[in-house]
Design a protein around this ligand. Structure first.
Ligand code: SAM
Length: 245
């Protein structure tokens, strides 16, 4: 690439991603605030608002690549503690931080943590009312496999929501964003964890991820209906929605 590190093939990708998140798990939440300037909080709140979880006991959401539990906690709280959330992540270190946070927030009854791969979900078909994934799908080597699994585990009528970095479509903002992501973020990573390279790799994966329209096509090809998206912060992040009808 033009940023001085080599291209990463599909089969090499998961171990690299896993190494990054094992290393940063304890500092992940702080890093998230620093690197997004706190914006990730607004984007996640917008995601939960679009999901609009019902206050119905037993309503079940699966938050894939859920990491330290941020999205799942917000959903449970928005449902007035009625929703049952499952946080699934491939990384035990991230989940361990999530479990601690759940305890502190008094949510351990409402949130389960499962260590597994988004490409092979350990649940029977038609298990969940909603599937959410935030800043996770970009890290999964086989996105089509993850989308197929999302479709499989949703009940008919179930909702799919995916929040991910996307294509910035605003003059000037795109320049500022490029400078921030390719220069500032690896430096913040170096300050907090001692290493810049893993962050350079994560930023590279943003550049490679399909834009809003192309990702919407992938979601449709997985079987979802009424696929739509909303841009946040000029397209720095986009939220895609689909329904299993
Ligand atoms: N959703 C959380 C949030 O928004 O704060 C965490 C996002 S974090 C940037 C990406 C997460 O994806 C990490 O916790 C990582 O372990 C997880 N991940 C990467 N590959 C995965 C896979 N194949 N299956 C499940 N989770 C995966």
């Amino acid at each position: 690439s033009s940023y001085g590190f080599r291209e990463v093939g599909e089969d090499e990708k998961q171990p690299l991603v896993d190494a990054v998140f094992h290393r940063v798990a304890n500092r992940y939440d702080v890093m998230n605030d620093l690197m997004s300037g706190g914006l990730h909080r607004l984007w996640k709140d917008a995601m939960v608002a679009w999901l609009n979880p019902p206050r119905r006991p037993g309503w079940a959401v699966l938050d894939v690549a859920g990491g330290t539990g941020d999205v799942a906690f917000r959903i449970v709280e928005a449902s007035h503690n009625q929703a049952a959330a499952t946080v699934l992540d491939i990384n035990g270190s991230m989940l361990a931080v999530g479990r601690e946070r759940a305890k502190k927030r008094g949510l351990e009854e409402s949130v389960d943590f499962v260590e597994a791969n988004a490409e092979e979900l350990p649940f029977p078909g038609e298990s969940f009312d909603a599937y959410t994934i935030a800043f996770g799908i970009r890290n999964v080597p086989h996105i089509d496999a993850a989308l197929a699994e999302a479709y499989r585990v949703l009940k008919p009528g179930g909702r799919f929501l995916c929040l991910e970095f996307s294509e910035v479509d605003m003059p000037l903002l795109d320049r500022v964003y490029e400078a921030w992501s390719f220069r500032a973020i690896p430096q913040i990573g170096r300050m907090v964890t001692g290493e810049a390279e893993p962050y350079a790799y994560l930023i590279e994966s943003i550049r490679k991820f399909p834009n809003q329209a192309n990702f919407a096509d992938m979601i449709r090809r997985a079987g979802f209906d009424r696929v739509a998206w909303r841009d946040y912060s000029g397209g720095i992040a986009a939220l895609h929605s689909g329904w299993k009808l």
